[in-house]
Ligand binder design. Structure first.
Ligand SMILES: Cc1cc2nc3c(=O)[nH]c(=O)nc-3n(C[C@H](O)[C@H](O)[C@H](O)COP(=O)(O)OP(=O)(O)OC[C@H]3O[C@@H](n4cnc5c(N)ncnc54)[C@H](O)[C@@H]3O)c2cc1C
Length: 495
């Protein structure tokens, strides 16, 4: 492939790079997506996993971002109903942190901004109640309830990459871009593929390297005084066995004015996050700190009667937000909106992506690809809001009927297992269920699913399967996880 020419080479397969690849491919552009590690191995698998308007951004008057995110919430729910679903949030009123009228006004505005004549049945609403049976220490507190959406973040990335590939894009995980130069009216992108250097030529390059966006430009001498700065803000989560009642999430206001979520996670767990911690240096080394663990434990213990401690923690993860640096004093105040930066050489353009959110990845991608189309005088409209992501194509959108049908067709599969497969793969669950199950690795992970992930979703290592494409690792013992690693290594040696 070395000398192949592409219309667009994209560096970085996080949610933004994969979303851009999908949009490019759907508009007929010859596209290559490069990723130095596994797909979604950086920030895009380490988020709080919310598709939300961002209630707290209202406090910074970011109405445009909230409105855009709320509209996007409905669009994404339509194109990926298997990996995105509505979730109720309960916010206990904390009079010492924000007055009640402010929260009510914020939620009223939130609902108002989510209104669109084109989009019926938006998921947002608000109400006030007191719940004497809630998990709160102070059950006399007013609770405000509203709805947003939850997403399997890593799978959102994988499905965008899959759809890009289905529409002709070439997807290359474990291929690091190590150099970019401009010669003879083309960008030359140097790529390290298993220790060998290859060069791909492209008319347009997209730098969607997330936390490495600025470093990539700097290393290639492509920084100017107009180049935006990236602010790297680490955020961490802890996962504990489920200890809060109900299917709703909690949004907890903290004395430092931040908020922390406690979200029902993977049926048996509670996900608690997140933190904000400015970091310098290499984002690859992000990992949760002792202070962050204390902060998160205190954040929930302050509100709930049942107390948790370090010994309850089953898993942690940390990610780095590549925020567009708007010179805000505190990291929580930095905008979550994105900026696109263009670099031009002769007739060729490079676009670098600064900032963004999972929620707005599709509009960001549209913005980037509109620019590419304009630059090369291609008149092709964006269709990514109309075409379902792989597995999300359900006639009439009736999910429960579809799951019922699956259960009838595969009666030997337990309901819990069936629902998990549905929430990962949607209609593609059938491809896994119709194969012999094969070896059992632990929890409800079988060889048929592992082979599907290797053959159709670029999985290579145990981690890719256990914590990104599925979350089965949380439900398995260390020895079971190790066994999967041994199986994959043996398989690789035999291939
Ligand atoms: C703690 C936390 C919580 C969050 N919660 C939410 C939330 O609830 N809702 C929401 O909407 N957003 C949330 N976000 C924001 C969202 O996760 C990010 O905006 C988004 O994931 C960034 O995606 P990206 O594609 O820009 O970056 P990344 O996902 O980091 O992708 C960049 C990719 O580029 C690759 N790369 C870098 N250099 C090279 C190279 N030289 N060659 C090849 N590949 C390269 C990297 O390996 C990486 O995979 C959260 C973020 C964090 C950190």
């Amino acid at each position: 492939m070395s000398d192949e020419h592409f219309d667009v080479v994209i560096i970085g397969a996080g949610v933004n790079g994969a979303g851009i690849a999908r949009d490019c491919a759907l508009r007929g552009l010859k596209t290559l997506l490069l990723e130095k590690g596994d797909i979604a191995s950086a920030t895009s698998s380490a988020s709080t996993k919310l598709i939300h308007g961002g209630l707290r951004y209202l406090e910074y008057y970011d109405f445009k971002l909230v409105r855009e995110s709320l509209l996007e919430r409905q669009r994404l729910l339509n194109i990926a109903p298997h990996i995105i679903w509505p979730l109720e949030f309960r916010l206990p009123h904390a009079p010492d942190i924000r007055p009640f009228w402010m929260i009510r006004a914020g939620l009223y505005l939130y609902d108002l901004l989510s209104f669109s004549p084109r989009l019926k049945n938006t998921v947002g609403y608000s109400c006030v109640k007191k719940d004497p049976h809630s998990d709160l220490k102070d059950t006399s507190r007013k609770i405000i309830s509203y709805r947003d959406c939850w997403v399997d973040d890593a799978r959102l990335v994988i499905l965008n990459a899959k759809d890009a590939q289905r529409n002709g894009a070439v997807i290359m995980p474990h291929c690091k871009c190590v150099g970019i130069s401009h010669q003879n009216d083309m960008w030359h992108v140097n790529v390290n593929i298993r220790g060998f250097q290859n060069v791909f030529q492209a008319r347009t390059v997209i730098n969607a390297a997330g936390p490495w966006v600025y470093k990539l430009l700097e290393d290639q001498g492509l920084v100017s005084d107009k180049t935006p700065r990236v602010r790297l803000v680490q955020g961490s989560h802890i996962i504990v066995p489920r200890y809060l009642a109900g299917e709703h999430a909690w949004i907890l206001q903290q004395p430092d004015k931040r908020i922390v979520f406690a979200i029902p996670y993977e049926r048996d767990f509670t996900l608690i996050g997140t933190t904000e911690r400015d970091i310098q240096g290499d984002p690859s080394n992000a990992s949760i700190t002792e202070e962050e663990i204390d902060y998160l434990i205190n954040a929930v213990n302050r509100s709930f009667s049942q107390q948790i401690s370090r010994s309850d923690i089953r898993h942690t993860y940390a990610g780095v937000r590549p925020l567009f640096d708007d010179n805000a004093t505190e990291s929580r105040q930095v905008t979550r909106d994105y900026r696109l930066h263009e670099t031009h050489r002769a007739k060729n353009m490079m676009v670098s992506v600064f900032g963004g959110k999972l929620t707005t990845y599709r509009t960001l991608a549209k913005d980037v690809v509109d620019r590419i189309c304009h630059h090369v005088s291609l008149e092709k409209p964006c269709v990514t809001d109309r075409i379902a992501l792989p597995g999300g194509e359900i006639d009439g959108g009736d999910i429960e009927s579809y799951i019922h049908k699956l259960q009838k067709d595969f009666p030997q599969v337990e309901e819990k297992h069936m629902r998990r497969l549905w929430q990962c793969y949607g209609t593609a669950a059938r491809d896994i269920l119709s194969q012999p199950r094969g070896r059992h690795f632990g929890a409800d992970l079988y060889e048929s699913e592992v082979l599907y992930l290797i053959n159709h979703e670029w999985a290579q290592a145990a981690e890719d399967i256990l914590y990104r494409r599925t979350k089965c690792g949380l439900h398995m013992t260390q020895s079971e996880r190790d066994q999967l690693g041994v199986y994959l290594a043996e398989r690789k040696n035999n291939v």
